[in-house]
Structures are given as C-alpha cells and as structure tokens.
Design a protein around this ligand. Sequence first.
Ligand SMILES: N[C@@H](CCC(=O)N[C@@H](CS)C(=O)NCC(=O)O)C(=O)O
Length: 206
Amino acid sequence: MESAKLYYQDGSPFSRLCRTLIIDWELPVETIELDWPLDESIFKENPLGQVPTLKTIGETIFPTSQITEQLLAMTVEPLAPYFDPLADRQLLITILSMGDAMIASNAINRSGLEQTEKNTYGINILSRNEMRINHTLAWLDGQSEKWLIGDKVSVCDYALACLLLWSDSRSPFNWRKYSKITRIVEELSYSDSFARTVPNPWVAQD
Ligand SMILES: N[C@@H](CCC(=O)N[C@@H](CS)C(=O)NCC(=O)O)C(=O)O
C-alpha cells in the first residue's frame, strides 16, 4: 500500500514538529523535502501554499495542528510525546500561533521591508509580534511544571522546542531568560529525533 507522505522544508519549525513526531511515534510516513522558496505547485496540494502538508490515502491535511492529530490517529499505542487533543488543543494552537508571529516577523525583516508611509494601522506590527511572543513565553513559563503539561512530555513541548530552536538558527532572541522553558527545550534538543532534524544554516536568497 502507498504510504502517507509529509512534504516539508528543511528550516520549517512546523515541519520539524511533524518530522519528530513521525520518528518518535514510529509512523510509516515518507518525508519529502521541498526546496526553499516553495514552488507554486504546492498550492495544488495546500491552498495556503505552505508546509508541512500531509498526504494520506484520499486526503490532504494541513495546517500543523490538524496534521499532529492525524499523525496521532495513525499510532497503534501511546508513545511519548503524549497528546490528548481535546485537553491539549488550546495550548498547542497558542504555541503554533506564536510561531506564526515569529515566522511573520522574520519574513518582514529578511525581506528588507521598511516603513515608507505613515503608519495608520494603530500598532507597529513587529513590536506587537514581539510582545505576543514574550507574553506567550512568560505565560507558558509561569504554568509549566517538569514539562508544559505536568510530568509527561507532550506534543506541546515538542512544538515549543521546534520554534525556539528555529529562532536560534534564523531569528535569534533571548528566550533563555525563561528558565523553565529553557530547561524543557534544552533537554529535548539532545534527543534523537531532534538531533536528526537539525536545520541547515540559513542561505540568503538573492
Ligand atoms: N500556520 C501554518 C504555518 C506554516 C508555515 O508558516 N509554513 C512556512 C514554513 S515554516 C511556509 O510554508 N512558508 C512558505 C510560504 O508561506 O510561502 C501551520 O500551522 O502549518
């Protein structure tokens, strides 16, 4: 039978989350790397034109939160990282939404965009994203125990680690001022699935 396929891009933290889950949940999913920038043909698979995108028999699944639930449905026994979509969905989607803000700010900065008109929007989007990121991290740090959810490592810990490690390689900021989060992310960074999915250094595009 044809296996499910995950389309991913090397630097993408959302893709890395799915790739680490595929490794640690021992799933029969083929991972297919796409070059950066993504070719327009990705829009045929995913109308948002983004990775990760998961193709299973008869279904194409995105965005990342939905893919994590599909991957969980493919597991045959509970394995770390643990995931209870009903209980954990708000936390996971909040972390992934923080990731959207991180990616958006990085894209604005790397695109060399600068303000050329008077700002009539009422907020500075880069500083608002920075606030979003810092408030989310402080909120997560404040409620975490051994892991973000009690004493069991969860998909939420993996998502957070993928995003913060991505920031080190693409758009550094001082997340290590949050001590509980730092302990969680550093512990995960030494694990086998994280070691096998380390992104290559960023290559500037002309
Ligand atoms: N909210 C999306 C975010 C996915 C995303 O931002 N993917 C980036 C790579 S990290 C991408 O495909 N960018 C290509 C583009 O936007 O053209 C999700 O949860 O899957």
